[in-house]
Design a protein around this ligand. Structure first.
Ligand code: NDP
Length: 343
């Protein structure tokens, strides 16, 4: 089967393409330039990989050519940035890119009598799920972020960057489900909601400024200047995911018929930087890293932390996912940053 992966040059998408190729899918990636496409051709060295250029996901019809003849679509292209001023700079590409790819599928993948697309997977985010909650609430796929739209409507360009991003993701995911409700297409939809994703960087990343947002945050937390100390180290920093698990969830969501019509939270669970520091120190020795020189935070500072928890039970139960451990994920992220000279 031929799978279209949009935004193939991104951190997660480069791994998703690799996982699909390992499972012997044919993959067509969309990239913004020939250079990014050729980088991936050299990376995979697999004749089942090809690319097509979609310079911008915002204009209508952007995906008309890309969707022709594909059997499934993984829509991953979306800006993940938290330093924009105008919220529309995130919301517009997220929503229009999502609607645009679905419209192109409806129009151009259905030109044959039997449309070939069977399943569309939209990479959403935990940003589409969580809102501030009572301690003890465990977030599942039935929860929706109903807050970011209000915050951004009220505060406009002064809204926190993360809320602007969260709004872009929840708006895009809602648009996808509304599209399916309204159009009743022949294919079905799955949305995957990853937590903050880490591990090895395999996509082209020419400079530290170009690191994707999640990895960039981990890098800073492991530098002497950015390391968290005291209580800060023990506070919840977010919820984490291993990119191998997130790629596998997308792949299983393609392979398993029963996944259709579902959302899946993708990731390990909550973390504080203290947890991450401890998880690396627990190795004692790591070839290629001076473990003793890495930040140690304030051991014990997370002892009383009450975490905002997301459940990954549905992905385990319905897709058979076995999640990796935090220590390996953090170790491999650091090794990868080191290999690129960014750490
Ligand atoms: P990256 O920034 O590495 O990848 C984003 C991709 O989207 C890149 O290929 C980028 O192209 C492309 N893109 C962005 N805007 C446009 C546009 N206007 N036109 C064309 N292409 C565009 O991010 P990640 O790999 O981290 O994220 C991938 C997906 O996963 C996103 O949907 C993100 O929201 C989601 N996600 C990520 C999480 C994380 O922790 N990383 C957590 C939860 C969800 P280019 O490379 O040319 O810039």
């Amino acid at each position: 089967a031929l799978v279209l992966v949009t935004g193939a040059s991104g951190f997660l998408a480069a791994h998703a393409c690799q996982t699909l190729l390992e499972k012997e899918f044919k993959v067509r990636g969309t990239v913004r330039s020939k250079e990014k496409g050729e980088y991936l051709v050299n990376l995979y060295k697999n004749s089942n990989f090809s690319y097509t250029i979609v310079p911008d996901i915002r204009p209508p019809n952007a995906f008309d050519e890309a969707v022709k003849g594909v059997d499934a679509v993984l829509h991953m292209a979306s800006p993940f940035q938290v330093n924009v001023v105008d919220p529309e700079d995130l919301v517009r590409p997220a929503v229009q890119g999502t609607k645009g790819v679905l419209e192109s599928i409806q129009t151009f993948n259905c030109v044959t009598i039997i449309p070939s697309v069977k399943r569309v997977i939209i990479t959403s985010s935990i940003a589409s799920i969580t809102v501030p909650s009572e301690p003890g609430h465990v977030f599942t796929e039935t929860d929706w972020n109903t807050l970011s739209a209000d915050i951004v409507a009220r505060e406009g360009i002064n809204a926190p960057g993360m809320e602007k991003y969260r709004l872009s993701k929840v708006s895009a995911e809602r648009a996808a489900w509304e599209f399916v409700d309204g159009q009743k297409p022949t294919w079905d939809l799955v949305t995957v909601c990853p937590l903050m994703i880490y591990r090895t960087i395999i996509h082209e990343c020419a400079s530290v400024e170009r690191l994707n947002t999640s990895i960039a945050q981990l890098r800073v937390a492991f530098t002497p200047e950015g390391a968290k100390r005291g209580e800060d180290a023990g506070r919840q920093a977010g919820n984490w995911a291993d990119v191998r698990d997130v790629a596998e969830i997308h792949t299983q969501a393609l392979l398993q018929q029963k996944a259709g019509g579902n959302r899946f939270i993708a990731g390990g669970g909550p973390f504080s930087w203290q947890m991450m520091y401890d998880s690396v120190q627990a190795f004692g020795h790591i070839d290629g890293l001076d473990v003793d020189q890495l930040p140690k935070g304030t051991p014990g500072s997370d002892r009383n932390t009450v975490y905002m928890v997301t459940s990954n039970e549905k992905a385990k139960r319905e897709l058979g996912i076995k999640f990796h451990l935090m220590g390996e994920c953090v170790r491999d992220t650091l090794l990868s940053l080191k290999a690129l000279g960014f750490f």
